[in-house]
Write a protein that binds this ligand. Structure first.
Ligand code: SF4
Length: 218
């Protein structure tokens, strides 16, 4: 029988995408000066959080010096800072920071994953890498049985989720929600530095998404 644990074991040893498998190991070896004293994770990342969660958050991919360094998604980078602060303010996390694996973070009623598990160069996975890796997301969708709301971060996560569900005609619009009968799908801009520093995603718009989620769940 498949479980999240054996899915995790398969993900962290996966080398299906040669370009990404090489890239994450190279980054882990070369590092950046500010993290020179870190032993980088340098492997693919599984999802994490509450296996009985009502909320599933789907991101794009780990960051080269964030998740690829710390060994946990949305951990040790600015996207993680935004996500965790919002989850904490909305009651889904016991703390508002996500810095390293043993930082005491406990997620409540939320599970976090991504469409691609290896950090891609320039945060841009190519089509075959998304196709390869979204098979793991498809397995997660089957294993996470209590999900009521799916929050997709960015257009690629939104389109990949719709494609896995074989749903056509949905349009990515920030904060739009779609009733898919079994779950409510909510789209949001990704809280990447590129969006938060340019003002494309403002804090009040971001936190409103989580208010909407709580309205559905509670
Ligand atoms: S991106 Fe996904 S499918 Fe590709 S090597 Fe990494 S874990 Fe495997």
């Amino acid at each position: 029988m498949y479980t999240l644990d054996n899915l995790t074991a398969r993900i962290i040893t996966c080398k299906k995408c040669p370009r990404l498998a090489k890239y994450i190991r190279t980054i882990a070896k070369e590092k950046v000066r500010r993290y020179n004293d870190w032993k980088y994770w340098g492997r693919p990342l599984p999802g994490f959080g509450d296996p009985y969660a009502n909320l599933l958050v789907i991101g794009l991919a780990p960051a080269a010096h964030g998740g690829n360094r710390t060994g946990r998604m949305f951990t040790g980078d600015s996207s993680g800072d935004w996500l965790m602060r919002a989850l904490h303010e909305s009651g889904f996390a016991n703390q508002y920071t996500s810095e390293k694996k043993d930082d005491g973070l406990i997620l409540k009623n939320v599970y976090i994953t991504a469409i691609v598990r290896c950090a891609p160069p320039k945060n841009k996975p190519v089509t075959y890498e998304i196709e390869n890796c979204s098979r793991y997301l498809a397995e997660e969708l089957k294993l996470l049985k209590n999900v009521k709301v799916v929050l997709t971060l960015g257009t690629l996560a939104f389109n990949t989720y719709a494609s896995l569900r074989k749903i056509k005609g949905l349009k990515f619009i920030h904060a739009a929600s779609y009733d898919l009968t079994d779950i409510i799908l909510i789209a949001s801009y990704h809280p990447s530095r590129q969006n938060t520093q340019t003002g494309r995603l403002k804090w009040n718009e971001w936190i409103d998404v989580f208010r909407k989620i709580n309205d559905v769940i509670n």
